[in-house]
Design a protein around this ligand. Sequence first.
Ligand code: PNS
Length: 164
Amino acid sequence: MPDRLVAIYPGSFDPMTNGHLDLIVRGSRLVDRLIVAVLKNTQKEPLFSVSERMETIREAAAQFDNVEADSFDGLLVDYAARRGANAILRGIRAISDYETELQMALLNRRMRPETETIFLMAREEYSFLSSRMVKEIVMLGGDVSMFVPDAVARRLSARFPAKQ
Ligand code: PNS
């Protein structure tokens, strides 16, 4: 039987946080197939390359058979069409996420009505987490191991040895 619900979970994932991983775990239970898709080439100075980000997603989600990591550029809805996906998965942390997410969901729906956006509310313990803040803490020599999956923490400690 063909997969009925194929969802794309798109994002920058630079770096992937525990909040992202929680969404992957919960999303994987809801859909037949979940494609975690890293957006290529948006930032001038990324922490990790796109392939490193895909590797960390693969490592962190290795136990979930219906989850895969990929990358994309161009319009998300075009990528969804190429991958035969009928859903986009996004997380919402606080009301501040709502406006942008609503705008993206409505634009994406107008461009490709076949793709339904599904939102999951972030777990409260991750509602304050963002890749941008994790990156800032790392750059300033702080410890972020409690905020990111082990696969990310290992790479970060190799690249940014802890300050004495
Ligand atoms: O992790 P982020 O940065 O919040 O993810 C944003 C993302 C990747 C979902 C968004 O920037 C996106 O979909 N970019 C692809 C280009 C596109 O389709 N833009 C129009 C969206 S309405």
